[in-house]
Design a protein around this ligand. Structure first.
Ligand code: DAH
Length: 359
């Protein structure tokens, strides 16, 4: 085979290679160590110098030519592959985007934000505690000893202990009151905190769910009295319900952690399912309250001879139902999207006092 035949054979083979693998085979057959061109190169040594010079130059030219053809073909194949990919991965960037469903804020979150804004304005900061609580914080420190009937009345969920571990089990906190102890222990007195959060009791009907929300309030200083409590709660209700007139009723009551104690009801009317605050002949209980018991201060390391103050625990779901006219508590926790869209709040409308809490 002379060189021009050899040239024709490989140029044709390069042009016919359908993919990179086929192209590599052609390269090896021609230019590889044992390839045909390389074999020809090996014969140069046996030639006489004149002949070798001429044949060597020709062979080198051919080698360069095949090499160039291989590279060009390789680039062409890569281009074709890219074109193919671009065709299959085609995307019309001018199409309009899919409208995103806007999320909304759950009424409980909205109300927590609202009440936090109001109490922050009165100088309260937010304190937190765990939802799985020791029975000491949930009961003992709050002056509820083991045999106290309140322990049974709370319908407590108990956590498990490992077999053989005889310490009292932890509980799902039955109220936010243990945060009083934690906050006072950490910060001492004077102190002004609220503690909104989840609480748990074994109870379920139209007005009770096993998990619900409370906000605890605590104000301790040298001369805080029930009068301050009354002002604080009335001021809160006016701001929260966004009405000038609210009427609260303080009923004498009993809690182990306060002395004296009062339950507080708010006046409202219900005309055809429309709830209105501040008028009418109905009362809804919204919170328990009182002057913090000296034993509770003591349990938190605060000297009761020096400090005193009030505390309250308010049902967040209750006041959310009242303010936004939501009739059934259970719907709060059913995660029904239609309900959420109906009662939900715009995500970017953060409640604040200057511009109005709920627009
Ligand atoms: N912890 C009580 C409950 O869950 C509510 C309560 C009553 C909280 C009186 C208080 C208080 O801080 O002073 O029913």
């Amino acid at each position: 085979m002379d060189l021009s035949e050899l040239r024709g054979k490989y140029i044709e083979a390069v042009a016919g290679a359908a993919d990179e693998a086929a192209l590599e085979e052609v390269r090896i057959a021609a230019l590889g160590k044992k390839g045909e061109i390389s074999a020809r190169m090996a014969t140069l040594g046996k030639m006489d110098p004149e002949e070798r010079k001429a044949a060597g130059a020709m062979l080198n030219l051919l080698k360069d030519e095949i090499d160039a053809a291989l590279r060009a073909r390789k680039a062409a194949l890569a281009d074709a592959a890219l074109d193919e990919r671009l065709k299959s991965e085609w995307l019309d960037v001018t199409l309009p985007g899919r409208p995103r469903r806007a999320g909304s804020i759950h009424p409980v979150s909205q109300v927590m934000d609202e009440l936090t804004a109001i109490f922050a304005d009165m100088g309260f900061s937010v304190a937190e505690g765990p939802q799985i609580e020791s029975d000491w914080y949930n009961f003992d420190a709050l002056n509820i000893p083991p045999e106290h009937p309140a322990r049974q009345e709370h319908d407590t969920f108990f956590m498990h202990r490992a077999a053989g571990d005889n310490r009292p089990p932890h509980v799902l906190r039955t109220h936010t009151s243990p945060v009083q102890i934690r906050a006072m222990t950490e910060q001492g007195a004077p102190i002004r905190v609220i503690a909104p959060g989840r609480v748990y009791r074994m109870d379920m009907d139209q007005t009770h769910t096993p998990m619900f929300h409370q906000v605890e309030g605590l104000a301790i200083d040298r001369d805080i009295s029930m009068a301050n409590l009354k002002w604080c709660l009335e001021e809160f209700c006016r701001a929260f319900f966004e009405v000038d007139k609210v009427e609260l009723r303080f009923r004498a009551s009993h809690f182990p952690f306060t002395e004296p104690s009062a339950e507080v009801d708010i006046r409202y009317s219900n005309v055809g399912g429309q709830l209105k605050i501040g008028e009418g002949d109905k009362w809804m209980e919204i919170l328990g309250s009182g002057m913090v018991h000296p034993k509770v201060l003591q349990a938190a390391g605060v000297n009761p001879d020096e400090w005193q103050g009030f505390a309250f625990g308010m049902g967040i779901d209750r006041i959310a139902m009242l303010k936004y006219g939501i009739p059934d508590l259970r719907a709060f926790f059913e995660a029904d999207l239609r309900w959420l869209r109906h009662y939900g709040f715009a995500a970017l409308d953060l409640p604040n006092l200057p511009s109005g809490l709920s627009r």
